[in-house]
Design a protein around this ligand. Sequence first.
Ligand SMILES: Cc1cc2nc3c(=O)[nH]c(=O)nc-3n(C[C@H](O)[C@H](O)[C@H](O)COP(=O)(O)OP(=O)(O)OC[C@H]3O[C@@H](n4cnc5c(N)ncnc54)[C@H](O)[C@@H]3O)c2cc1C
Length: 380
Amino acid sequence: MKNYDYIFTGCGLSALMTVYEMILSGKFSDKTILLLDGNPKKSNDRTWCFWDDKISKYDSIIFKKWNFALFADENFRRNLDLKPYQYKMIRGLDFYNLIFDTISKHQNIHFYNQKVVDFEEVGNHCVVKTELENYTCNKIFNSIFNANLVKSQTKYPLLQQHFIGWFIKSKQSVFNPDCATFMDFSIEQKGNTRFMYVLPTSQNEALLEYTLFSKELLPKEEYETEIHNYIQKLGITEYEIVEKEQGNIPMTSYEFWKSNTKNIVNIGSAGGWTKASTGFTFKNVTKNSKDLVQFLRSENDFTKFHKTDKFWFYDLLFIDVLYKNNELGSKVFSSLFEKGNPTLIFRFLEEETSFYEDLRVIWKCPKGLFIKALLRRIFV
Ligand SMILES: Cc1cc2nc3c(=O)[nH]c(=O)nc-3n(C[C@H](O)[C@H](O)[C@H](O)COP(=O)(O)OP(=O)(O)OC[C@H]3O[C@@H](n4cnc5c(N)ncnc54)[C@H](O)[C@@H]3O)c2cc1C
C-alpha cells in the first residue's frame, strides 16, 4: 500500500484551498500529499459569490464584481450600496485551473481521479480505500459530505438551500450589470422561503437562480418553470440558455467538528464551514483553510481544531425559526433589509461585528419568533 503524509478525501473548494495555503506557506514541501476525487474537476460545476472589502489572493480570477445589490419583496425594492464591500464572483473552473496549475509544479503533491469508498483511523495512522486502490497516511482531510450524520439526529435541524440556475443571453438589454439581485422575494412563497437571485454580467447576460431555504427539494420542472416565468416578468421575450447549474447546500448548526479525531479532520461543508443562516461557504473556507494550515504547524491533534462563537448560536436560532416557520423567511429577511444599514448587515453576516452591533441588527428582526426560539433552546 502506498503511504502518504496527508490524504485529502474529496478535492473541491476546501481541499484545494487548504493545499494552496500549504504551498503558499512554504512549510509543507517535505510532506507527501495525495488528493482523491471521484470527479476530475475539469468542468465549471459551480460559481462562487462572496462579499469582500479587501484585495485577496483570488482576485486574479474574479469573473465579475458588483457595487450594488437589490433586495425586494412584494411590498418594497431597495438598492443597497455595498461600499466598502463588493460582491465578487469566481467561476469554479477558473479556481480549479488556478490551483491545479500550481499543484502541477510541486512533485510532492499528486491528484488521482478515484472515488473514495471508505476511510478510517487505525491506531496511529489512517487507511483510505478507493474503488481502485488502498492507501495509508498520517492524516486525512475529509470534505466528503455525509448527510446521514445530520439526518440521524433531531437536535440541530437541517434546512437545504436548493436551487437551479440558468445562465442566459437575452435579446433585450434588461439587466443592470452593476447591480446583483441578492434576494427577490416578490415571487409566490407557497408556504416556503423562496426567492430569485440574479447575477447580471452584462446588459443582456445573467445567471438567474430560483432558490429555496426549505426542508424538501422540488421536482426539477418547478424550478425551471419559475425561472422561465421570472424571465418573462423582466420583459424578456427571446433568450438562449447558455449553461445551467444546480446546488443543494446544507444549512444547519450541526456540530460536524465533533466527528474530528486526532488524525482525521472534516473540512468544508463536511466540517461545518458553511454558514448555517446563509449557506455562504467560500469566505469561511478562505479563513478556515488558513487557520488549519497555521494550526498544523504547531499542533498534531485535530480534535483541538475548532472554536464555537456567538455567531454559531445566532445561526442556530435563525435556523430554528426558519425550520419551524418556513413561510416567514421573506418577512424575516425583509425586516433586516428594508431599513437596516447594509454595511452593518454585511459585516454581521461576515461575523465581524461587536456585540453592540449584533444587537442593532438583531433588533430589526421579528422579536417574538426569536425569543420563542431562544426559550425553546433554553428550556426544551
Ligand atoms: C452550484 C453551487 C453554487 C454555490 N454557490 C456558492 C456561492 O455563491 N457562495 C458560497 O459561499 N457558497 C456557494 N456554494 C456552497 C459552497 O461554497 C460549495 O458547495 C463549496 O464547493 C463547498 O466546498 P467543499 O470543499 O465543502 O465541497 P466541494 O467543493 O463540493 O468538494 C467536495 C468534493 O468531494 C468530492 N467527492 C464527493 N464524494 C466523493 C467520493 N466518494 N470520493 C471522492 N470524492 C468525492 C466531490 O466530487 C467534490 O469535488 C455553492 C454550491 C453549489 C453546489
